[in-house]
Ligand binder design. Sequence first.
Ligand code: CA
Length: 425
Amino acid sequence: MTVPHPNDPSLRSFVPVNATSDFPIQNLPYGVFSTAALPAPRVGVAIGDYVLDLWELEQDCRLDVGPLGVFSTPSLNAFMALGPKVWSRTRARISELLRHDNPELRDNKELRRRALVPMADVKLHLPIAVAGYTDFYSSKEHATNVGVMFRGKGNALQPNWLHMPIGYNGRASTVVVSGTKVRRPRGQLKPSNAEIPSFGPCKRLDFELEMGAVIGQPSPMGEMLTEAQAQDMIFGFVLLNDWSARDIQQWEYVPLGPFQGKAFATSISPWVVTREALEPFRLHGPKQDPAPLPYLRQAQPNNYDLKLDVGLRAASMNDAVYICHTNFKYMYWSSVQQLVHHASSGCAMNVGDLLGSGTISGPEKSQRGSLLEISWNGTEPMELASGMKRTFLEDGDSLVMRGWCQGDGYRVGFGEVEGTIVPAD
Ligand code: CA
C-alpha cells in the first residue's frame, strides 16, 4: 500500500472539518497551548475545532521524534532545532494518526479524550521563543506608495531598492501573540509646524499587514547561504502585524531607520503553518528587473498564492469592516531571498529568528496593507461605518488579519492575528 503524502487533497480526518476551516488535515500547523486543567504550555497541532496535544501522543509512545520532551516545552524551538527531515517525518506521522481510515487514535477513546482538546478550551501562547526579529520592506507597491507620498512620483523608489531586500533589525522582546492588547506608544513627536519636538502619545498609529517567516535552523557566523539552504531553514510562516507609530517614525528615522516607532509591539498569529503545507501553493514572484546580483538569484518559485484580509472594528461596532484584500504573491523579494541576503555579510542566523516580509500591498487601491496608504498619509479619511471615519487607529480599535491558501475543496489557513489598542495612560 502506498502511503499518501500529507498534502494529498483527498485525505480526510475522523475529526470533523468543514470546507471553510483553516485547519484541515492538509494543514496541521504547530502552536503552543495550555488548558485550565493543565496550565503548563505545550506543543499542539490544530485540526478543525480541536488541538491535538503532541505531548500526550509522545507520552503514549505514538509519536517519536528522537529526543524526549520537545513537545512539553513552551515554544517550538526545540522541535524546530531537530531539522527539516524530522519536521517532515513528524508531520507525516501526525497526518497518519488523524486519518479517517486509521483506527489507532480514532478508536482509542481514552487517548482521544486526553489528546484532542476543544479549541474553545485552550489558551494559545506565543509559539516561538523569538531569537531575533528583522523586518523587511519587500513589496514594490508599498515602497512605491510610501515613496510617492514622501518624495514624489519622480524618485519614489530609492536607488538601492531594486537591488536588494531592504530591512532593519527590530526588537524580539515585544513580539506578542494574537489577542495581546497593544498600548498606544509614547514618543518624540515633531509636527512640521512645530519649532521643537515634544514627548507624548502617538497620534498616527498604524498597522502593517505582513507575513513572518519562522527560521527553524541556524547558520554559522561568517557563512553565506544558497537558495536551497535558505529554503531548508524556513520552518513555516505566521501572520504578522508590524504596528507602526508614523509620527514617531517620521521624526526619528534619519539617518539610521526605524527605532521606537516600531519597537513597541509586533503581533503574530498563534499557529505556525509549515513550509511543507504551503508547498502546493508556491509560485514565481514578479519578474525582477534588473536581474539581482548572482547571490540573490532564485531558480525556484519562492512566493505563495496566499490570500490576505484586514478587518478593523471600532469599540462601538459589532463586526469588523474589511478594509484590505490582497495576496502574499505580489511580494517582489521572497522570504528565501531575504534570508540569503540577511546571512550574506556573515551574519549568523538562529533557531527562532523571525523575518517580517514587509507590508504586503498589491497593485489595486483595495489592496493597500497599511492605513498610511489607505488614508494616503491622512489626507483621505476612510469611512468605516456611517458617520465614523478613520485616518489612523484610535483607542479601542481592534485590527484583525486573516490569511489562507485556497485548495480544491479545502483551505490551508493561518487563523487570525488580532490586537486592540488601549490608551497610552
Ligand atoms: Ca514593516
